[in-house]
Design a protein around this ligand. Sequence first.
Ligand SMILES: *[C@@H]1O[C@H](CO)[C@@H](O)[C@H](O)[C@H]1NC(C)=O
Ligand SMILES: [Zn+2]
Length: 432
Amino acid sequence: MKVLVLAALLAVAYAKHEEYIGWKSYYIGVTTDEQVKALAPLVDAYELDFIGHPTLNREGLVLVKPQYQAAFIQDADAAGISYRIHVDDVKRALDYDDQLIDAQKRSSLARNGGRQLPYDNYQELDVIDDYLDYIGEKYPDVATVVSPAKSFDGHPIKYVKISTTNFEDETKPVIIIDGGIHAREWISPPSVTWAIHKLVEDVTENDLLERFDWILLPVVNPDGYKFSHTTNRFWRKTRSTNSTVASQLCPGVDGNRNFDFVWNTIGTSSNPCSDIYAGPYAFSEIETRVVRDILYENLARTALYLTMHSFGSMILYPWGHDGSLSSNALGLHTVGVAMVNAIEAEALPYFPRYVVGNSALVIKYYIAGSSEDYAHYIGVPLSYTYELPGVSSTGNGFHLDPQYIEQVCRETWEGIVVGARRAGDLFPKPQD
Ligand SMILES: *[C@@H]1O[C@H](CO)[C@@H](O)[C@H](O)[C@H]1NC(C)=O
Ligand SMILES: [Zn+2]
């Protein structure tokens, strides 16, 4: 009997990540515009899944399914696109990640009495939800938890409003930060919960509370986030379906292609099975509508919007759909550079250097319907996508070792601090 139970447990353990047997991940480098152009058809032909986009002087990271690896390599060679293995056996690397996470879980539970939100491990949805509720209850004078809607699968989408003046002082600029719109980017939500921690529990920058009102939404896409923990590690989209067969077969929409700005015109797909599916129409997803409504709620005084993604060590600003510069490009770039400098001052020497610039120009890839462009389009003067450090470079695991999560949170916070202050300085004062 015991043997049977053990066998069943092992079967479950090994059943995990089975869909990634034989997959490999490659760093790819493109150095010329011709190579960038040559890459585009390969993406479609071989269903390449970008975990990180290449820039002209920084390798990207791409997942390649077993059946396409030989042809992908051949075509990359022909086009002069350089590639090298990141992870030779993706399933094994994900199993290794799980071992690290499990080991951390045990020691973290011991350290924290089983309660606290970990920063030495990845954060599960329920733990984040509990933490937000705890913050609202413990610090009612500054923090209010809002749950405006439920996700497609019925999880509350929760955010925290932080204000010393109950959002009633109309002269204060508002800062909005969200994370977790792309489910698999697990480093993103902790960077937002850490900001909550630094604004409520461990305040070392008092001016940030005096000067600004804050809206912090750690997990835009709870369904996808949960699904990426329980079932499919590389799940990126929401989990919505309708009654059509196409949608039943391939649930979900790429939230960061679903915003209503030049929707579904470039860098998107109309195929529901694609990871960059823009959805049946703009704002088809409740999760993106929640972000839209937050942006509109205090639009006139929203100075800064940050959306947390991974990976790539980049800070990107509009316009991402065509690479043109916004009329506020000088402000966007100046504040972007200030944020990068602040992050770099705290970063570990062996972390990649940050790159700052226009989204489309930096990643050489145009994207329609992103929240970064949308926020700027409706009037937020400073709008950025952060691409946090998120993958392992050891060849063992796939993702960033959990021991570095707190480091990423700490350095990212430095960027947020400077971004907020600079945004406040630039933001037009209301007329007397
Ligand atoms: C249902 O979903 C499918 C796939 O996402 C989409 O093509 C179709 O337009 C959707 N139908 C409606 C009424 O939204
Ligand atoms: Zn992302």
